[in-house]
Ligand binder design. Structure first.
Ligand code: BG6
Length: 481
């Protein structure tokens, strides 16, 4: 008999997109604080990913919030108590948030953490716990202390593994008892698709990224991840360790074998980071071929291979926003998506940002992920980024978001009935936050509206959208069934 297990319902934010207070409480400057807002010219995400040293130098000399949306975020720094109260009222089981590395270690290489940073997070962990929510912690969600990037070359340098481990140890020692689930890194594959965000790699002007450096940096993150898990199992043994990738479900554009092979390959290149290395503990053979054919040279020691084998994660997780289409056809029509562009699927509608809406793709992804790892699966991110209209009476009617959530929830239910061991679902950007890809505040995901605009202007007051009551009611009914 198929006994249906109850899953956890949650919501997420990330420190760099939510907190603001970039120069308060002793926080150091990090990579996200230096990303300027650029007006979009199309529905694709902007080119701010390609950060070069001159853009960073300009950012460093600017002390204002002005053009740098991540410096303001959703002003969570000044609204944290109110926000936790709202999340409690919403009734979610679990809150996913991240710690700003540069708030705990302003430069990243200090011996001791910043006491104000400790107090700041101490307050958050305790408040969330008192509010009765479980905690899903992302230790590092993109932001790297800028000092580490400029002094040591970011994750290209394996000394970052040691600095990162010191940071992780501080986190476990102070708050391990509150952590239910954790990820050493958000979307470990981001380093490949977006090297500045993922591994803190500054782009050289007029030259493509050096792929050997990108993969060496990723390897250092794998090692760091395994070491954090080893440490977590020792000093915070009740916390479950995870890994995460940004996922797409790839469909071939036609039944041509070449298109299908392309779909398989594209999906592998998204997933091997977490599925093969972090969940199963080894570099897959197809990546060895990829490295050879692309003349990518990285150093991996036997000791590191053993470390990866011995410290695989307890659960797997992924972000899912849309599916994608693969073809060998060069002239296919393209559309935007999280981290990558893909061929357009004529059967799907898309968001205003061109991200295609495909709830069934989520069910397929859950099945595939579970089949490949046989580990419990957490949907660590999913949601709908849209323009929301703020009415004069303070209401926001976001039926499109409700529809998106409802359709995806139905497919999670189907996947559970397929036999997938789903732990929980975390809605992305539960409180409106600055978009990681496009640096805009107007790409809103939340059930809680934040009155701020792309240029950091506004009251930053919070309002409940229609989706707030819908999600609240959904969770209530789910628990009663
Ligand atoms: C994920 C990231 O890739 O996608 C989040 O983990 C991000 O940080 C989310 O916000 C949605 O992407 P975007 O570009 O719409 O903010």
């Amino acid at each position: 008999m198929n006994i249906k297990r109850k899953i956890l319902w949650g919501g997420a934010t990330a420190s760099s997109q939510y907190e603001g207070g970039y120069n308060l409480g002793g926080k150091g400057l990090d990579t996200q604080d230096c990303r300027p807002y650029l007006k979009r010219t199309s529905n694709a995400t902007t080119s701010t990913r390609l950060l070069t040293q001159d853009i960073i130098d300009e950012a460093k000399s600017c002390k204002e919030i002005g053009n740098y949306p991540f410096r303001q975020g959703s002003d969570g720094y000044h609204h944290i108590d109110e926000d936790i109260q709202l999340l409690k009222e919403l009734g979610i089981d679990i809150y996913r948030f991240s710690i700003s590395w540069a708030r705990l270690y302003p430069h990243g290489d200090e011996e001791m953490p910043n006491e104000e940073g400790i107090r700041f997070y101490d307050h958050i962990f305790k408040k969330v716990h008192q509010a009765g929510m479980k905690i899903f912690l992302t230790m590092n969600h993109y932001a790297v202390p800028l000092y580490l990037v400029e002094t040591y070359g970011g994750w290209t340098n394996n000394i970052l593994v040691d600095f990162y481990l010191r940071f992780a140890k501080t986190v476990f020692e102070h708050w391990g008892e509150y952590i239910d689930y954790y990820l050493p890194f958000n979307e470990i594959n981001a380093g490949y698709f977006s090297p500045y965000n993922g591994v803190g790699l500054v782009k050289e002007k007029d030259r493509p990224y050096d792929q050997s450096l990108v993969f060496q940096s990723l390897h250092h993150q794998f090692v760091a991840s395994a070491k954090v898990i080893e440490l977590g199992h020792k000093i915070s043994s009740q916390s479950q360790s995870g890994c995460m990738v940004a996922c797409f479900c790839y469909y071939p554009l036609t039944p041509r074998p070449e298109d299908n092979l392309k779909a398989v390959r594209d999906e592998q290149i998204h997933q091997w980071f977490a599925v093969d290395v972090l969940a199963n503990g080894y570099y897959p053979s197809y990546m060895n071929r990829f490295f050879q054919e692309n003349k990518i040279n990285i150093i991996i020691t036997e000791e590191e291979r053993k470390l990866l084998r011995d410290n695989t994660c307890d659960f797997v997780s992924f972000s899912y926003y849309s599916s994608a289409v693969a073809t060998v056809e060069e002239s296919s029509e393209q559309t935007a998506g999280n981290l990558v562009v893909s061929t357009k699927n004529p059967y799907l509608k898309a968001s205003d940002w061109g991200w295609q809406i495909d709830p069934i793709g989520l069910r397929i992804m859950l099945n595939k992920m579970y089949d490949r790892t046989r580990k419990p699966v957490f949907i660590s991110e999913n949601g709908f980024g849209a323009h929301d209209k703020f009415e004069e009476d303070g209401s926001i009617h976001d039926q499109y978001r409700i529809d998106y959530l409802n359709q995806h929830f139905q497919q999670i239910d189907e996947a559970i009935r397929d036999g997938v061991d789903v732990i929980g679902y975390i809605m992305w950007g539960i409180i409106d936050i600055v978009s990681a890809g496009s640096c805009e505040m107007e790409k809103r995901y939340g059930v809680i509206y934040v009155d701020g605009d792309n240029e950091g202007k506004g009251s930053y007051q919070r309002y409940k959208k229609d989706s707030f009551a819908w999600y609240q009611n959904y969770i209530k009914q789910y628990k009663n069934n």
